[in-house]
Design a protein around this ligand. Structure first.
Ligand code: PRP
Ligand code: MN
Ligand code: MG
Length: 184
């Protein structure tokens, strides 16, 4: 597995500090408020686990599992909900937690979906941001590390479901994949 990695783009130490910083800001911003953190499966799970352990105020946690419809329809911004959250978010502060914002379509869709359920507000936290790929305007309230337009894996991010367990964010050697269109 390791010799398919071309370079380490973000180290585990940088990722740890990133989660620490964001957790600190969130703890202070939401002090005294009812906060629900929603992790987006599957990619968001590693950052989610790091982030919540850096938050020092009481929180509720939940998960949503989504899937895009594939490349051609992904640009429509419609995502399929595989598993919804269980918690009632009415009158609660909601923070959606993602590993990466790429085109922005997943979070754009999820934000409006949660906003329609009567929360106090819905904000966004991401470990990584790839702004060069954005297709929709998206406000990111808690933005971690900005990365270039390279196909990355690790820290939750996959290529064909593999590599999510790598502790660093890595660039894959192009010999691993042939068709770039399949990489979502
Ligand atoms: C990846 C990533 C984000 C999303 C970002 O998830 O984890 O959720 O894409 O892309 P976008 O900004 O263009 O919408 P993916 O759909 O690959 O599912 P996964 O988390 O299960 O790997
Ligand atoms: Mn994802
Ligand atoms: Mg994926």
């Amino acid at each position: 597995m390791i010799n398919q990695i071309k370079e380490i783009l973000v180290t585990r130490e940088e990722l740890k500090n990133n989660a620490k910083e964001l957790g600190k800001r969130i703890s202070s911003d939401y002090e005294g408020k009812e906060l629900v953190l929603i992790g987006v499966l599957k990619g968001g799970v590693v950052f989610f686990a790091d982030l919540i352990r850096e938050i020092t105020i009481p929180i509720d946690v939940d998960f949503i599992s989504v899937s895009s419809y594939g490349n051609s329809t992904k640009s429509s911004g419609v995502v399929r909900i595989i598993k919804d959250i269980d918690i009632d978010i009415t009158n609660k502060h909601v923070l959606i937690v993602e590993d990466l914002v790429d085109t922005g379509l997943t979070l754009h869709y999820l934000k409006s979906m949660f906003e329609a359920r009567g929360p106090k507000d819905v904000k966004i936290c991401t470990a990584l941001d790839k702004p060069s790929r954005r297709k929709v305007d998206l406000e990111i309230d808690y933005k971690g590390i900005t990365i270039p337009d390279k196909f990355v894996v690790g820290y939750g991010l996959d290529y064909a479901e593999k590599y999510r367990n790598l502790p660093d964010v890595c660039v894959l050697d192009s010999s691993v994949y042939t068709d770039k269109e399949d990489m979502d």
